[in-house]
Ligand binder design. Sequence first.
Ligand SMILES: Nc1nc2c(ncn2[C@@H]2O[C@H](COP(=O)(O)OP(=O)(O)O)[C@@H](O)[C@H]2O)c(=O)[nH]1
Ligand SMILES: [Mg+2]
Length: 329
Amino acid sequence: MSTRPDLDALLPGILARQPRAVARGLSVLEAGGEPAAELVQRLHGRSGRARVVGITGPPGAGKSTLVDRLAQACRARGETVGALCVDPSSPFSGGALLGDRIRMQALATDPGVFIRSLATRGALGGLSRSTRDGVDLLDAAGFDWILVETVGVGQDEVDVVRTVDTVIVVTVPGLGDDIQAIKAGILEIADLFVINKADRDGAERAVRDLEMMLALAGEHPAWLPPILRTVASRGEGIAELLAAVLRHRDYLESSGALRERRLGQLRLRVETLLKERVLAAARSEAGLDATVAAGFAAGEDPYSLANRLFADVVRNERNGPQDGRREER
Ligand SMILES: Nc1nc2c(ncn2[C@@H]2O[C@H](COP(=O)(O)OP(=O)(O)O)[C@@H](O)[C@H]2O)c(=O)[nH]1
Ligand SMILES: [Mg+2]
């Protein structure tokens, strides 16, 4: 087991937005367990100020390019930007693209920008937990904007998207059927649509397809998600996109929707932690594997097994040593 990180030493550096401390803090969060929990707890009072924007869409749609351009546009307003990238094709988790390397150089020398890829973890809810915790950290570090890039596939990534304030769903022309395939769950929570690569044929068609889908999905009473066109590689449409993000922010604040959204985010995070914790306790203390194996042999049904394991977990929590909570893995 690695040595316990010295949070007392780390905290001032994070709050001073020192890149090395921020990077180290994010590693603590990725590793999970008690140190991650303690770090989030200690940062908590400092976060809640940043504008948190999610950029989601299929691989190759231009999300990273958009993140770069948005970061530049925010910098031009004199604001700082932290970005978390959950894309498995991102530079640090393998499959580095030439475009990604160029982007790193372009923004690497700017202390007002911090970009980091998060490794995917196998644990249930691990990715959404560490990403959302990472947003807290960047927020507490004082970044004005936090951009979160995800492919938006799988429940864990959808959960990531559910814990940002403004959701940008990116697609490209010519994906026809893929547009249909945008997960219903993502469609519902999109605040803005971007047709990127509008330099290609079929941008008009893509806009129409989206408009039709939105019409089918029913009217959004207070906020109708706009559909914007961008050519991220050339920086076209970025000013309009940032303006739309700011409009959405104004809507969130003036309508009270921001408060409601943040309440929902907190609920989702608590639920994720609870699931992780109950499952971990069932595995380690209630002997999930052995119980399931015995139940399998005896032909027991899943409900009875889950009921018994849950009852065991609850009983252990009541009677057992109160620090019975284990480090994950
Ligand atoms: N033609 C065109 N190419 C683009 C545009 N935006 C991004 N690209 C290119 O598309 C590729 C994938 O972009 P990237 O940002 O890595 O996509 P991601 O996988 O969604 O993050 C890169 O080669 C970009 O240079 C655009 O608007 N038009
Ligand atoms: Mg990317």
